[in-house]
Design a protein around this ligand. Structure first.
Ligand code: ARG
Length: 576
């Protein structure tokens, strides 16, 4: 917004239009140099003058219309008129529409997210998918799209044959009800251990899955039981993370929709036999074949994803299909999207895999097979316990410490994930993530809470003054204590105000890159800018002429922090 104003001022003096000037304008490397820098190189040719000469002329021209401009080599540095611009900017920040974009024009973005597997632990990859997906969901809505979230549960596949076979041998209903995931996992691990010496187990498993696919009563009933108990546990996690889904449609939902896809593949001559299985060859695209029907006649993961994509396009009316799934499934999605395109579905170009890197918790990784896993509930509990400890040290009189600790501990995990570039591998340190210092969620939350207490103090100061005014008539010295108003907008408040004004550009960048980290880093920048302001300038006890500006600035800052955290899926407690 400010840069636009600068471009409008400069353009008439250059022969360029405003758009062109805006593209050329830079932010000077040091704040002391000014708010904007215009490089004159691009004008040298048309004006047939050296850039430095142009810069001097341009600066003189701008000065003539009252703009603070100084030539610096081939650049013109411009300093905005803070006193003139600040009130408008502050007002703009208070508008409900500020920060909402119209990039999407209402088009529908279907986001495949979370998608854990029944009877298996909710992995850290699923956590990343959940928090990244939930953040993208909200960001897309902010940018004028209609987001639709789908939890594509892994509730089908040969592993259910194993699960049932193991359950038939060693299963225990009580344990399954009480601790479903751990018990299922134990069954699964035991199955693999014992199957090494007992080949009949694999045969039983295959038989059970076949029965399941054919709708056998007992198989179906057991399967439904596994789904139910797992879902109960997953839902507890979603509640803690405050994540909801528009649709929870597992892979099983597509069982009766795959036939049509297979027929279509056949009709279009895309299916080929390969060692008894049916595949789509993708040599031309330098990929291994995409497996559609296995040797034993059962369908497989890619088959289900083909049917799923068609459903999302046709029934959910998706304009774009995003899949927030770990980077290790890159090939799978390339294959699926390529097969869709070979089928003649032009909309396959609207399918996008949004991959992310691996995350380890203090070096511990996930491995379902061996049973050495990190349980997410435990990670969350540990984060909350640490948060509680810090809160009780910092603020022993806080009301509801448990509730605040939950918001801070869970928020620390979510923020600690989202602040990384999505594609980076992350070695997560709980201690770092929960710390109130550094680039953490709790740091941003703490800054937000600090602003609330500053605001409360300011309100109290104003109340006392008003009382004095009533009793004493007037506050006689309610004039400038700083000489000129120009000093009212110090460097740190100005820097903060400008950063708040730039928020829409950050949102746009986050959407273009599918990167919630852009917003997470933005909240850190804002928190740091506020803390610089807080240390350099008085707020609650400033003289009354500058106080209203600073209080308003603090208020807008708190609102932006709370709202940005909310978009990321992190709460902002009023006190902590
Ligand atoms: N359940 C799968 C897994 O845990 C992830 C599913 C991702 N979504 C999809 N449409 N394939 O690996």
């Amino acid at each position: 917004m400010l840069m636009k104003q600068a471009a409008a001022d400069i353009a008439p003096l250059t022969g360029l239009n405003e758009e062109e000037v805006l593209r050329l304008l830079e932010v000077p490397p040091q704040a002391e140099m000014g708010d904007a820098a215009f490089p004159c190189f691009a004008l040298a040719k048309s004006l047939k003058k050296a850039p430095a000469v142009i810069a001097t002329d341009l600066a003189t021209g701008l000065q003539a219309s009252g703009i603070e401009a100084t030539p610096a080599g081939p650049y013109v540095n411009i300093r905005f008129n803070r006193e003139k611009l600040a009130p408008n900017l502050l007002k703009e920040l208070g508008n409900a529409a500020f920060g909402k974009l119209q990039l999407g024009q209402g088009s529908r973005v279907v986001i495949d997210m979370s998608s854990p597997n029944i009877a298996k632990p909710f992995g850290i990859g699923h956590l990343r998918s959940t928090v990244i997906g939930a953040a993208l969901y909200r960001l897309y809505n902010e940018a004028g799209y209609t987001s639709v979230s789908v939890n594509h549960l892994g509730d089908w596949g040969t592993q259910f044959g194993k699960q049932i076979a193991a359950y038939k041998r060693w299963g225990n209903d009580e344990a399954l009800q009480a601790d479903p995931i751990r018990t299922s996992l134990e069954l699964y691990v035991r199955f693999h251990d014992e199957a090494e010496n007992d080949p009949s187990l694999e045969i039983e498993a295959r038989e059970w899955f076949r029965k399941l696919e054919q709708g056998d009563d007992e198989a179906q009933r057991l399967w439904a039981f596994f789904v139910e108990v797992s879902m109960k546990e997953f839902n507890r996690m979603y509640e803690r993370l405050n994540v909801q889904f528009d649709h929870t449609l597992g892979e099983s939902f597509y069982n009766d929709k795959m036939g049509a896809v297979v027929e279509e593949l056949k009709a279009k001559g895309l299916l080929e036999e390969s060692e008894g299985a049916l595949v789509v060859r993708l040599e031309d695209e330098n990929m291994p074949p995409c497996l559609i029907i296995k040797k034993d006649g059962t369908t497989i993961y890619p088959t289900r994803d083909l049917a799923t994509a068609v459903y999302r396009h046709e029934v959910m009316k998706a304009d774009r299909l995003l899949y927030v799934v770990g980077g290790e499934q890159k090939l799978h999605f390339r294959q699926v999207f390529t097969v869709l395109s070979r089928m003649g579905h032009e909309w396959s170009a609207k399918c996008e895999h949004i991959p992310f890197g691996l995350m380890r918790f203090e070096g511990r990784k996930m491995s379902t097979r061996r049973g050495k896993v990190v349980f997410l509930q435990e990670v969350l509990d540990e984060a909350v316990a640490r948060a509680l400890q810090i809160i009780q040290e910092k603020n022993p009189n806080l009301e509801n410490p448990q509730k605040v600790a939950e918001a801070v501990g869970v928020g620390a995990i979510v923020f600690g994930d989202l602040r990384n570039n999505r594609l980076n591998d992350v070695d997560f340190s709980l201690e770092d993530a929960v710390s109130f210092e550094g680039e953490t969620g709790p740091y941003v939350q703490y800054t937000h809470a600090r602003i609330q207490s500053v605001l409360a103090k300011a309100e109290e100061a104003i109340r006392v003054e008003n009382e004095n005014t009533l009793t004493n008539g007037t506050i006689a010295d309610d004039v400038n204590d700083t000489g000129t108003t120009s000093s009212s907008i110090g460097d740190t408040s100005w820097a903060l105000l400008k950063l708040l004004g730039e928020y829409p550009e950050y949102l746009e960048k986050a959407i273009h890159r599918n990167e919630p980290s852009v917003i997470a880093k933005y909240t850190i920048d804002v928190a740091q800018a506020f803390n610089r302001f807080y240390h350099a300038e008085r707020i609650a006890d400033a003289s009354s002429d500058v106080r209203s500006f600073r209080v308003a600035l603090a208020k807008r800052t708190a609102e932006r922090l709370a709202y940005s955290l909310h978009l990321l899926g992190v709460q902002a407690p009023e006190r902590m």
